[in-house]
Write a protein that binds this ligand. Sequence first.
Ligand SMILES: CC(C)(COP(=O)(O)OP(=O)(O)OC[C@H]1O[C@@H](n2cnc3c(N)ncnc32)[C@H](O)[C@@H]1OP(=O)(O)O)[C@@H](O)C(=O)NCCC(=O)NCCS
Length: 259
Amino acid sequence: MRIEIREVDETNIEDMISVCNPPTISEAYKKGVEIKRAWLLEMLRTYGDVGFVGYFNGKPAVQLLTYPEKADPTSLKRENVLVVNCIYNPLLEAQRKGIARTMVEKLIEKARGKYEFLVTHAFETGEFLSQAEFFKRLGFREITKEDLYYSFSGRELKEPYSGFWKGGEEYKRNDKDIGKVFLFYEPTCPFTYLWAQRSKEIVKEIAPELEIRMLNGWEHPEEFVSRGRNWMLVNGIPIKSLPIEREKFREELVIAIKT
Ligand SMILES: CC(C)(COP(=O)(O)OP(=O)(O)OC[C@H]1O[C@@H](n2cnc3c(N)ncnc32)[C@H](O)[C@@H]1OP(=O)(O)O)[C@@H](O)C(=O)NCCC(=O)NCCS
């Protein structure tokens, strides 16, 4: 068994991306990957790092994606916060061998002295060990079921979340959003583009007359933040379910269109 952990640089970006690839790669997913690749390069060239890849017997198996909070124009932009976007080890034979733990330990070593806090929105996917359970084991403090942070100084972090994920707040239905659909994706994850694209197709089937705008949240921070960081709005109503939830999603759309 051979385990190697490498920082991501311009030579192994594709390895990082490949860890998350689904078995079937659609055109929309490919487009999401293009967006992520460009974003990774920009992060590397501007800030120098974006996390780690763990290799198991030479194969890229685990990824840990990070960026400085100030890089995210939709966030609170704090200098002393590093965002841990996600960690993922989907390769069964590479699991429970200490790879993910070692990667986070390396991250902690590297970030010490440079940042005061690591913040994560440990979204639950239902796969393997949840990110929240995992980060708790690594000494992160749990704030909500999915929001955790790690403090180097021992101090508390007043607003213990980062930008994107503080979803669904501070939005009041606005006249200018009536009759329109807004879909926001993020450059950090090709799945968000894939979902946005699928959602767009479903809306076109149900209500072809609606105007649809599909936007990169990082490139249109004002549009995104002013809409309460909701990933989808139909007729000025935030949509909570995902297109993979099929009937539930369609039902939610139909109600929003009629409201
Ligand atoms: C969390 C995750 C990264 C852990 O990866 P890993 O390389 O197997 O983890 P490690 O071998 O370093 O184990 C870390 C700790 O978690 C425990 N652990 C790992 N998998 C576990 C499981 N399935 N059940 C219970 N505990 C588990 C280990 O025992 C270890 O505990 P310890 O260090 O306190 O003794 C992996 O389970 C995963 O990818 N989960 C899904 C996360 C996810 O949804 N990410 C977002 C994708 S978009």
